[in-house]
Design a protein around this ligand. Structure first.
Ligand SMILES: *Cc1c(COP(=O)(O)O)cnc(C)c1O
Length: 389
């Protein structure tokens, strides 16, 4: 089955007893044992839940992995995966990555004796050089957040393989519709399903997909032991969202591509970050998947415009998330990336003129007009010596 078909069919033909097209939500936390050592396969909902099971099977299949695990958030998924490492282990990590992941690594897991080296994964020699005797994994975010840097996944997974490191990919931005890291050699895929997979800004969830029996069993043990599992209603909401992923991603991408060109030509913008505009990124992405996704970032000409620009948007919402049908705009320096120290933030290019845009599925002309109006208002406000933030 092609991906579009698999997506539309998530949860369908699974409920044999009644034939319900939409898989039921099983709220029960405990399941009867009809005899000593005899169970239906379900005992207690943290360990396994029928609704969550359908979601987990679906994402495993969509990513081409062997097992799926649904968690209460993207961060819970990352924490669960990190549970396979031990004190003294070292990981190589993408240089610009989600601020919350950085915070978990540096402010929580570092206290448990894990160490991390942040490397620009576009530089394969730098990756080789970062490998130490206790390195256990490479943690890859691609396309990166917020600078849309593209990693050659197959090349990084080959390096990981040579050094017997696990390759872990946060596939939140691309989704299995655009990129399937396990097919390119990755061992583990993570999603903040809160974003594109859910798609409607109304469910917080995380997913993990693993390759291979042994690794799947290790993650299964930690998923149940830590217990940050996804509730059944949220699992159902997520499946409902995933059914339209293919349609949504096509439209997100089409809008992002048009908006990237529009912003590129706008006099109020100095730089646009969207893989399609960069030849190398575009060529890697066309090799390893089928698209550039729906996220872009841009630098405005004048830092003082940021406040009035955001205040004057009428359709696009200034909010801290991405991947939903509604267009959202984020200011990474004070929102998603506020927990990264300023010097590091500036070094990786997350400056105070940078805005991140999650293209929704609205009519692109309305979005362009909204942006153009906000730029005009911002310029006017600043020229008039208006409120400067
Ligand atoms: C949002 C996000 C996360 C964290 O996911 P939550 O669902 O918010 O916990 C991790 N990685 C990336 C790339 C994200 O965008």
């Amino acid at each position: 089955m092609r991906l579009e078909t698999q997506l539309a069919q998530v949860g369908t033909k699974k409920e044999k007893k009644t034939g319900a097209i939409s898989f039921p939500v099983y709220f029960a936390t405990a399941y009867e044992h009809i005899g000593l050592g005899v169970s239906t396969g379900y005992d207690y909902s943290r360990t396994a839940n029928p609704t969550r099971d359908v979601l987990e099977e679906s994402i495993a299949r969509l990513e081409g992995g062997d097992a799926g695990f649904a968690c209460s958030s993207g961060m819970a998924a990352i924490q669960t995966v990190m549970g396979i490492f031990s004190k003294g282990d070292h990981l190589i990590v993408s240089l610009d990555l989600y601020g919350g992941t950085y915070r978990l690594f540096e402010e929580v897991l570092s206290r448990f004796g894990l160490t991390f080296s942040y490397v620009d994964l576009r530089d394969l020699d730098a990756v080789e050089q970062a490998v130490r005797p206790h390195t256990k994994a490479i943690f890859i975010e691609t396309v990166t957040n917020p600078l849309m840097r593209v990693t050659d996944l197959a090349a990084i997974c080959r390096i990981a393989g040579r050094h017997q490191l696990l390759s872990i990919v946060d596939n939140t931005f691309m989704t299995p519709y655009h990129q399937q890291p396990i097919q390119l050699g990755a061992d583990i895929v993570i999603h903040s399903a809160t974003k594109y997979l859910g798609g409607h800004n109304d469910v917080l969830a995380g997913l993990i997909v693993t390759k291979g029996e042994e690794l799947s069993e290790r993650i299964r043990f930690i998923h149940n032991s830590i217990g940050a599992t996804l509730g059944p209603l949220d699992a159902w909401l997520l499946m409902r969202g995933m059914k339209t992923l293919a349609l949504r991603m096509e439209k997100h991408q089409e809008n992002a591509s048009q908006l990237a060109r529009f912003l590129h030509e706008h006099p109020g913008v100095t730089e646009v970050f969207y893989p399609e505009l960069d030849e190398k990124s575009r060529s890697i992405l066309s090799e390893q998947g089928k698209g550039c996704g729906g996220m872009l970032s841009f630098r405005v000409k004048n830092k003082q415009w940021i406040g009035p620009f955001l205040e004057n948007l009428k359709i696009i919402t200034f909010a801290e998330s991405l991947g939903g049908v509604e267009s959202l705009i984020t200011y990474p320096a004070t929102q998603t990336h506020a927990d990264i120290p300023q010097d590091i933030r500036e070094k990786v290019g997350v400056c105070e003129r940078l805005l991140r845009f999650s293209a929704g599925i609205e009519h692109v002309d309305d979005l362009k007009q909204d942006l153009a109006n906000a730029f005009a208002q911002a310029e006017r406000t600043v020229n008039q010596g208006g409120r400067v933030r």
